[in-house]
Write a protein that binds this ligand. Structure first.
Ligand code: TRH
Length: 387
Protein backbone atom coordinates (compact mmCIF):
# COMPACT_ATOMS: atom_id res chain seq x y z
CA UNK A 1 0.00 0.00 0.00
CA UNK A 2 1.49 3.36 -0.96
CA UNK A 3 1.91 6.08 1.67
CA UNK A 4 -0.51 9.04 1.60
CA UNK A 5 0.88 12.10 -0.14
CA UNK A 6 2.40 14.53 2.36
CA UNK A 7 4.13 17.86 1.97
CA UNK A 8 7.79 17.89 3.01
CA UNK A 9 10.07 20.85 3.72
CA UNK A 10 13.71 19.74 3.45
CA UNK A 11 16.31 22.31 4.55
CA UNK A 12 19.82 21.92 3.16
CA UNK A 13 22.81 24.14 3.90
CA UNK A 14 25.71 23.62 1.50
CA UNK A 15 28.87 23.45 3.62
CA UNK A 16 31.38 22.51 0.95
CA UNK A 17 31.69 19.98 -1.86
CA UNK A 18 28.53 18.36 -3.20
CA UNK A 19 27.43 15.80 -0.62
CA UNK A 20 24.92 17.98 1.23
CA UNK A 21 22.99 18.94 -1.86
CA UNK A 22 23.69 15.55 -3.51
CA UNK A 23 22.07 13.63 -0.65
CA UNK A 24 19.20 16.10 -0.20
CA UNK A 25 18.41 16.09 -3.90
CA UNK A 26 18.38 12.30 -4.00
CA UNK A 27 16.17 12.21 -0.92
CA UNK A 28 13.75 14.71 -2.47
CA UNK A 29 13.58 12.66 -5.69
CA UNK A 30 13.19 9.40 -3.76
CA UNK A 31 10.23 10.88 -1.88
CA UNK A 32 8.66 12.35 -5.02
CA UNK A 33 8.95 8.95 -6.71
CA UNK A 34 6.80 7.66 -3.84
CA UNK A 35 4.08 10.24 -4.41
CA UNK A 36 5.27 12.86 -1.91
CA UNK A 37 5.45 16.62 -2.53
CA UNK A 38 8.75 18.21 -1.58
CA UNK A 39 9.94 21.79 -1.10
CA UNK A 40 13.73 21.62 -1.08
CA UNK A 41 15.16 24.73 0.60
CA UNK A 42 18.81 25.22 -0.29
CA UNK A 43 21.08 28.17 0.42
CA UNK A 44 23.29 27.54 -2.61
CA UNK A 45 21.62 25.80 -5.53
CA UNK A 46 24.53 26.28 -7.98
CA UNK A 47 25.41 22.57 -8.16
CA UNK A 48 21.83 21.64 -9.09
CA UNK A 49 22.46 23.17 -12.52
CA UNK A 50 24.59 20.15 -13.48
CA UNK A 51 23.51 17.65 -10.85
CA UNK A 52 19.82 17.87 -11.73
CA UNK A 53 19.44 19.97 -14.88
CA UNK A 54 15.95 18.62 -15.62
CA UNK A 55 14.63 18.98 -12.07
CA UNK A 56 12.04 16.41 -11.00
CA UNK A 57 8.24 16.37 -10.90
CA UNK A 58 7.04 16.81 -7.33
CA UNK A 59 10.19 18.62 -6.17
CA UNK A 60 10.14 22.41 -5.89
CA UNK A 61 13.53 24.02 -5.27
CA UNK A 62 13.17 27.04 -2.96
CA UNK A 63 15.88 29.57 -2.26
CA UNK A 64 16.91 29.56 1.37
CA UNK A 65 17.98 33.19 1.78
CA UNK A 66 19.38 33.23 5.26
CA UNK A 67 17.69 34.22 7.43
CA UNK A 68 14.20 33.58 6.09
CA UNK A 69 11.50 35.85 7.48
CA UNK A 70 7.90 34.84 8.03
CA UNK A 71 7.00 36.75 4.83
CA UNK A 72 9.24 34.35 2.85
CA UNK A 73 7.42 31.25 4.08
CA UNK A 74 4.70 29.63 1.98
CA UNK A 75 1.17 29.62 3.33
CA UNK A 76 0.67 25.88 2.99
CA UNK A 77 2.03 24.16 6.10
CA UNK A 78 4.32 21.16 5.66
CA UNK A 79 3.54 17.79 7.25
CA UNK A 80 7.22 16.95 7.62
CA UNK A 81 10.16 19.22 8.37
CA UNK A 82 13.62 17.80 7.61
CA UNK A 83 16.66 19.58 8.99
CA UNK A 84 19.49 17.98 7.03
CA UNK A 85 22.87 17.41 8.68
CA UNK A 86 22.21 19.66 11.67
CA UNK A 87 21.75 22.83 9.58
CA UNK A 88 20.19 25.25 12.03
CA UNK A 89 16.74 26.45 11.04
CA UNK A 90 16.02 30.16 11.03
CA UNK A 91 13.94 31.56 13.89
CA UNK A 92 11.05 32.33 11.55
CA UNK A 93 10.94 28.72 10.33
CA UNK A 94 10.97 27.42 13.89
CA UNK A 95 8.31 29.92 14.97
CA UNK A 96 6.03 28.97 12.06
CA UNK A 97 6.49 25.28 12.85
CA UNK A 98 5.63 25.82 16.52
CA UNK A 99 2.54 27.90 15.62
CA UNK A 100 1.14 25.35 13.21
CA UNK A 101 1.35 22.45 15.67
CA UNK A 102 -2.12 23.07 17.09
CA UNK A 103 -4.00 23.17 13.81
CA UNK A 104 -1.64 21.12 11.65
CA UNK A 105 0.77 19.04 13.72
CA UNK A 106 3.68 17.49 11.87
CA UNK A 107 6.91 15.50 12.20
CA UNK A 108 10.26 17.27 12.59
CA UNK A 109 13.30 15.19 11.67
CA UNK A 110 16.98 15.78 11.99
CA UNK A 111 18.60 13.82 9.14
CA UNK A 112 22.14 12.87 10.13
CA UNK A 113 25.32 11.97 8.26
CA UNK A 114 25.94 8.38 7.22
CA UNK A 115 28.21 6.24 9.36
CA UNK A 116 28.70 2.55 10.18
CA UNK A 117 29.79 3.35 13.75
CA UNK A 118 27.89 1.64 16.60
CA UNK A 119 26.40 4.89 17.97
CA UNK A 120 24.17 5.08 14.87
CA UNK A 121 22.02 2.12 15.93
CA UNK A 122 21.75 3.55 19.45
CA UNK A 123 20.80 7.04 18.29
CA UNK A 124 18.48 6.28 15.39
CA UNK A 125 14.94 7.59 16.07
CA UNK A 126 15.80 9.13 19.42
CA UNK A 127 13.52 12.08 20.21
CA UNK A 128 15.13 15.38 21.12
CA UNK A 129 12.93 18.01 22.79
CA UNK A 130 13.76 21.58 21.76
CA UNK A 131 14.64 23.41 24.99
CA UNK A 132 14.81 27.04 23.94
CA UNK A 133 13.95 29.45 21.13
CA UNK A 134 10.75 29.90 19.17
CA UNK A 135 10.18 26.14 18.84
CA UNK A 136 10.70 25.36 22.54
CA UNK A 137 8.64 22.30 23.57
CA UNK A 138 8.51 20.94 20.02
CA UNK A 139 10.25 17.61 19.50
CA UNK A 140 12.70 16.65 16.77
CA UNK A 141 13.61 13.05 15.98
CA UNK A 142 17.09 11.99 14.93
CA UNK A 143 17.03 9.93 11.74
CA UNK A 144 20.28 8.13 10.99
CA UNK A 145 21.00 6.55 7.63
CA UNK A 146 23.03 3.40 7.97
CA UNK A 147 24.04 -0.01 6.75
CA UNK A 148 22.22 -2.28 9.20
CA UNK A 149 18.62 -3.23 9.95
CA UNK A 150 18.51 -1.09 13.11
CA UNK A 151 19.30 2.12 11.20
CA UNK A 152 17.40 4.24 8.69
CA UNK A 153 18.99 2.47 5.70
CA UNK A 154 20.35 3.91 2.47
CA UNK A 155 18.79 5.88 -0.36
CA UNK A 156 17.76 3.51 -3.15
CA UNK A 157 15.32 4.58 -5.83
CA UNK A 158 12.42 2.20 -6.49
CA UNK A 159 13.56 1.77 -10.10
CA UNK A 160 17.29 1.43 -9.42
CA UNK A 161 17.58 -2.28 -10.19
CA UNK A 162 15.51 -1.95 -13.35
CA UNK A 163 17.66 0.95 -14.52
CA UNK A 164 20.79 -1.09 -13.86
CA UNK A 165 19.43 -4.07 -15.77
CA UNK A 166 18.50 -1.90 -18.74
CA UNK A 167 21.85 -0.10 -18.77
CA UNK A 168 23.83 -0.58 -21.98
CA UNK A 169 27.45 -0.70 -20.85
CA UNK A 170 28.83 -1.20 -24.36
CA UNK A 171 26.97 1.86 -25.69
CA UNK A 172 28.16 3.96 -22.74
CA UNK A 173 31.76 2.98 -23.41
CA UNK A 174 31.44 3.65 -27.11
CA UNK A 175 30.03 7.10 -26.36
CA UNK A 176 32.95 7.99 -24.08
CA UNK A 177 35.65 6.40 -26.24
CA UNK A 178 36.51 3.59 -23.84
CA UNK A 179 37.27 0.32 -25.70
CA UNK A 180 35.17 -2.68 -24.70
CA UNK A 181 38.27 -4.64 -23.59
CA UNK A 182 39.70 -1.78 -21.51
CA UNK A 183 39.77 -1.63 -17.74
CA UNK A 184 37.75 1.50 -16.95
CA UNK A 185 38.56 3.17 -13.64
CA UNK A 186 36.53 6.13 -12.39
CA UNK A 187 38.16 8.66 -10.10
CA UNK A 188 36.24 10.94 -7.70
CA UNK A 189 38.45 11.97 -4.79
CA UNK A 190 39.93 14.88 -2.81
CA UNK A 191 43.75 15.18 -2.77
CA UNK A 192 44.97 11.70 -1.78
CA UNK A 193 48.69 11.61 -1.01
CA UNK A 194 48.99 8.26 -2.80
CA UNK A 195 47.68 9.52 -6.15
CA UNK A 196 51.09 9.16 -7.88
CA UNK A 197 51.24 5.56 -6.58
CA UNK A 198 47.83 4.86 -8.05
CA UNK A 199 48.94 6.12 -11.45
CA UNK A 200 51.98 3.85 -11.19
CA UNK A 201 49.77 0.91 -10.26
CA UNK A 202 47.50 1.53 -13.23
CA UNK A 203 50.57 1.66 -15.52
CA UNK A 204 51.40 -1.86 -14.34
CA UNK A 205 47.88 -3.11 -14.98
CA UNK A 206 48.01 -1.51 -18.42
CA UNK A 207 50.71 -4.03 -19.38
CA UNK A 208 47.95 -6.67 -19.46
CA UNK A 209 45.06 -4.70 -21.00
CA UNK A 210 44.28 -1.06 -21.88
CA UNK A 211 43.47 1.07 -18.85
CA UNK A 212 41.29 4.19 -19.09
CA UNK A 213 41.14 6.51 -16.10
CA UNK A 214 37.89 8.54 -16.05
CA UNK A 215 38.58 11.61 -13.97
CA UNK A 216 35.70 13.67 -12.57
CA UNK A 217 35.96 17.47 -12.64
CA UNK A 218 36.89 19.75 -9.75
CA UNK A 219 39.20 18.52 -7.02
CA UNK A 220 39.91 15.09 -8.54
CA UNK A 221 40.94 16.58 -11.88
CA UNK A 222 43.03 19.24 -10.18
CA UNK A 223 44.77 16.60 -8.06
CA UNK A 224 45.63 14.60 -11.17
CA UNK A 225 46.82 17.72 -13.00
CA UNK A 226 49.16 18.46 -10.11
CA UNK A 227 51.09 15.22 -10.66
CA UNK A 228 51.20 15.22 -14.47
CA UNK A 229 53.88 16.65 -16.75
CA UNK A 230 52.94 20.03 -18.26
CA UNK A 231 52.37 18.69 -21.80
CA UNK A 232 49.96 16.00 -20.56
CA UNK A 233 48.12 18.58 -18.47
CA UNK A 234 47.70 20.74 -21.51
CA UNK A 235 46.40 17.89 -23.69
CA UNK A 236 43.95 16.87 -21.01
CA UNK A 237 42.75 20.42 -20.56
CA UNK A 238 42.40 21.11 -24.28
CA UNK A 239 41.23 17.76 -25.65
CA UNK A 240 39.62 16.23 -22.58
CA UNK A 241 41.81 13.16 -23.13
CA UNK A 242 45.54 12.44 -22.93
CA UNK A 243 47.96 9.53 -22.96
CA UNK A 244 50.14 9.16 -19.88
CA UNK A 245 52.59 6.31 -20.43
CA UNK A 246 50.37 3.30 -21.17
CA UNK A 247 47.39 4.97 -19.50
CA UNK A 248 44.60 6.89 -21.20
CA UNK A 249 43.23 9.74 -19.10
CA UNK A 250 39.79 11.29 -19.65
CA UNK A 251 38.71 14.59 -18.12
CA UNK A 252 34.96 14.18 -17.70
CA UNK A 253 32.48 17.06 -17.58
CA UNK A 254 30.10 17.47 -14.64
CA UNK A 255 27.45 14.80 -15.06
CA UNK A 256 23.84 14.82 -13.94
CA UNK A 257 23.40 12.60 -10.88
CA UNK A 258 21.69 9.85 -12.88
CA UNK A 259 24.58 9.93 -15.40
CA UNK A 260 27.09 9.87 -12.54
CA UNK A 261 25.48 6.60 -11.41
CA UNK A 262 25.98 5.23 -14.92
CA UNK A 263 29.66 6.17 -14.82
CA UNK A 264 30.01 3.89 -11.78
CA UNK A 265 28.08 1.07 -13.48
CA UNK A 266 30.17 1.36 -16.65
CA UNK A 267 33.53 1.30 -14.84
CA UNK A 268 35.33 -1.83 -13.66
CA UNK A 269 36.38 -0.18 -10.43
CA UNK A 270 35.44 3.09 -8.80
CA UNK A 271 37.32 5.53 -6.66
CA UNK A 272 34.64 7.48 -4.75
CA UNK A 273 34.51 9.98 -1.90
CA UNK A 274 32.28 11.60 0.73
CA UNK A 275 28.87 10.11 1.44
CA UNK A 276 26.57 9.89 -1.53
CA UNK A 277 29.02 8.43 -4.06
CA UNK A 278 30.01 5.76 -1.52
CA UNK A 279 26.43 4.53 -1.49
CA UNK A 280 26.28 4.66 -5.26
CA UNK A 281 29.49 2.62 -5.49
CA UNK A 282 27.86 -0.02 -3.29
CA UNK A 283 24.82 -0.16 -5.58
CA UNK A 284 27.14 -0.31 -8.63
CA UNK A 285 28.53 -3.56 -7.24
CA UNK A 286 32.03 -3.03 -8.66
CA UNK A 287 35.21 -3.01 -6.57
CA UNK A 288 35.74 0.46 -5.10
CA UNK A 289 38.03 2.53 -2.94
CA UNK A 290 36.53 5.20 -0.70
CA UNK A 291 38.15 8.54 0.06
CA UNK A 292 36.40 9.50 3.27
CA UNK A 293 35.64 13.18 3.94
CA UNK A 294 38.53 14.24 6.23
CA UNK A 295 37.69 15.84 9.58
CA UNK A 296 40.17 18.02 11.42
CA UNK A 297 39.93 16.03 14.64
CA UNK A 298 40.71 12.75 12.84
CA UNK A 299 37.20 11.40 13.62
CA UNK A 300 37.06 10.02 10.09
CA UNK A 301 39.60 7.30 10.94
CA UNK A 302 37.14 5.52 13.26
CA UNK A 303 34.39 6.05 10.71
CA UNK A 304 36.50 4.45 8.00
CA UNK A 305 37.37 1.46 10.21
CA UNK A 306 33.72 0.96 11.12
CA UNK A 307 32.75 0.93 7.46
CA UNK A 308 35.46 -1.54 6.47
CA UNK A 309 34.43 -3.76 9.37
CA UNK A 310 30.79 -3.71 8.24
CA UNK A 311 31.92 -4.37 4.67
CA UNK A 312 33.89 -7.39 5.87
CA UNK A 313 36.66 -6.12 3.62
CA UNK A 314 39.56 -8.41 2.75
CA UNK A 315 42.97 -7.45 4.13
CA UNK A 316 44.23 -5.98 0.85
CA UNK A 317 41.20 -3.68 0.60
CA UNK A 318 41.66 -2.50 4.21
CA UNK A 319 45.33 -1.76 3.65
CA UNK A 320 44.61 0.04 0.41
CA UNK A 321 42.03 2.22 2.17
CA UNK A 322 44.37 3.01 5.04
CA UNK A 323 47.02 4.28 2.66
CA UNK A 324 44.64 6.01 0.26
CA UNK A 325 43.13 7.93 3.18
CA UNK A 326 46.49 8.87 4.65
CA UNK A 327 45.91 6.81 7.81
CA UNK A 328 49.04 4.78 7.04
CA UNK A 329 51.82 7.00 5.69
CA UNK A 330 53.16 4.32 3.34
CA UNK A 331 53.32 3.62 -0.36
CA UNK A 332 50.15 2.18 -1.87
CA UNK A 333 50.41 -1.62 -1.75
CA UNK A 334 51.07 -3.23 -5.12
CA UNK A 335 47.81 -4.88 -6.00
CA UNK A 336 47.82 -7.89 -8.29
CA UNK A 337 45.18 -7.30 -10.93
CA UNK A 338 43.31 -10.49 -9.97
CA UNK A 339 42.81 -9.22 -6.40
CA UNK A 340 40.13 -6.98 -7.85
CA UNK A 341 37.96 -10.07 -8.24
CA UNK A 342 38.15 -10.63 -4.48
CA UNK A 343 37.15 -7.00 -3.87
CA UNK A 344 34.25 -7.39 -6.28
CA UNK A 345 32.94 -10.45 -4.44
CA UNK A 346 33.10 -8.53 -1.17
CA UNK A 347 31.17 -5.55 -2.59
CA UNK A 348 28.56 -7.75 -4.22
CA UNK A 349 27.94 -9.63 -1.00
CA UNK A 350 27.51 -6.32 0.83
CA UNK A 351 25.12 -5.13 -1.88
CA UNK A 352 23.04 -8.29 -1.48
CA UNK A 353 22.82 -7.74 2.28
CA UNK A 354 21.70 -4.14 1.72
CA UNK A 355 19.07 -5.11 -0.83
CA UNK A 356 17.37 -7.20 1.88
CA UNK A 357 16.78 -4.06 3.96
CA UNK A 358 14.13 -1.40 3.38
CA UNK A 359 15.60 1.73 1.83
CA UNK A 360 15.79 5.09 3.53
CA UNK A 361 12.74 6.70 1.91
CA UNK A 362 10.57 3.67 2.69
CA UNK A 363 11.68 3.80 6.32
CA UNK A 364 11.13 7.55 6.54
CA UNK A 365 7.64 7.24 5.11
CA UNK A 366 6.72 4.46 7.54
CA UNK A 367 8.02 6.47 10.51
CA UNK A 368 6.28 9.66 9.40
CA UNK A 369 2.93 7.92 8.83
CA UNK A 370 3.04 6.18 12.19
CA UNK A 371 3.95 9.43 13.94
CA UNK A 372 1.36 11.55 12.12
CA UNK A 373 -1.46 9.12 12.81
CA UNK A 374 -0.53 9.01 16.47
CA UNK A 375 -0.09 12.79 16.88
CA UNK A 376 -3.26 13.60 14.95
CA UNK A 377 -5.24 11.00 16.90
CA UNK A 378 -4.09 12.55 20.15
CA UNK A 379 -5.18 15.98 18.96
CA UNK A 380 -8.30 14.51 17.26
CA UNK A 381 -7.64 16.48 14.09
CA UNK A 382 -8.86 15.31 10.68
CA UNK A 383 -6.09 13.88 8.50
CA UNK A 384 -5.85 16.05 5.38
CA UNK A 385 -3.57 13.78 3.37
CA UNK A 386 -4.41 13.44 -0.31
CA UNK A 387 -3.56 9.75 -0.69
O1 TRH B 1 31.26 16.07 -2.82
P1 TRH B 1 31.50 15.17 -1.68
O2 TRH B 1 32.88 15.07 -1.24
O3 TRH B 1 30.58 15.59 -0.49
C1 TRH B 1 30.98 15.67 0.86
C2 TRH B 1 30.51 14.50 1.67
O4 TRH B 1 29.14 14.21 1.49
C3 TRH B 1 30.76 14.73 3.13
O5 TRH B 1 30.23 13.66 3.88
C4 TRH B 1 30.14 16.03 3.55
O6 TRH B 1 30.40 16.25 4.87
C5 TRH B 1 30.73 17.12 2.69
O7 TRH B 1 30.43 16.86 1.33
C6 TRH B 1 30.20 18.48 3.08
O8 TRH B 1 31.05 13.66 -2.06
P2 TRH B 1 29.60 12.98 -2.21
O9 TRH B 1 28.93 12.86 -0.89
O10 TRH B 1 29.76 11.73 -2.96
O11 TRH B 1 28.75 14.00 -3.08
C7 TRH B 1 29.00 14.23 -4.42
C8 TRH B 1 27.68 14.34 -5.18
O12 TRH B 1 27.91 14.85 -6.48
C9 TRH B 1 26.98 13.00 -5.35
O13 TRH B 1 25.60 13.18 -5.21
C10 TRH B 1 27.31 12.62 -6.78
C11 TRH B 1 27.31 13.96 -7.43
N1 TRH B 1 28.04 14.07 -8.69
C12 TRH B 1 27.30 14.21 -9.87
O14 TRH B 1 26.06 14.17 -9.82
N2 TRH B 1 27.97 14.38 -11.05
C13 TRH B 1 29.33 14.41 -11.13
O15 TRH B 1 29.87 14.57 -12.25
C14 TRH B 1 30.07 14.25 -9.91
C15 TRH B 1 31.56 14.25 -9.98
C16 TRH B 1 29.42 14.09 -8.71
Amino acid sequence: MSAPSRLWDIFCAVVDNYGDIGVCWRLAVNLAQRGQRVRLWVDDAAALRWLAPQGHAGVEVCHWSRPLTSADLPVEPADVLVEAFGCTLDEAVQARWAQQQTAHPGVWLNLEYLSAEPYVERSHLLPSPVLAGPAADCVKTFFYPGFTAKTGGLLREPDLLLRQQAFDRAAWRAQWGVPANALAVSLFCYEPPALPDLLQQLQTWAEARPVHLLVTPGRALQAIMNVLPAATQQALREQGRAAHGRLVLHALPWLAQTAFDELLWASDCNWVRGEDSLVRALWAGQPFVWHIYPQHDGAHHAKLQAFLHWLDAPASLRKFHAVWNGVLPEALPQLAYNELAQWRTCVQQARERLLQQPDLAVQLLAFVEESLVSIRNQTKLPDRSEG
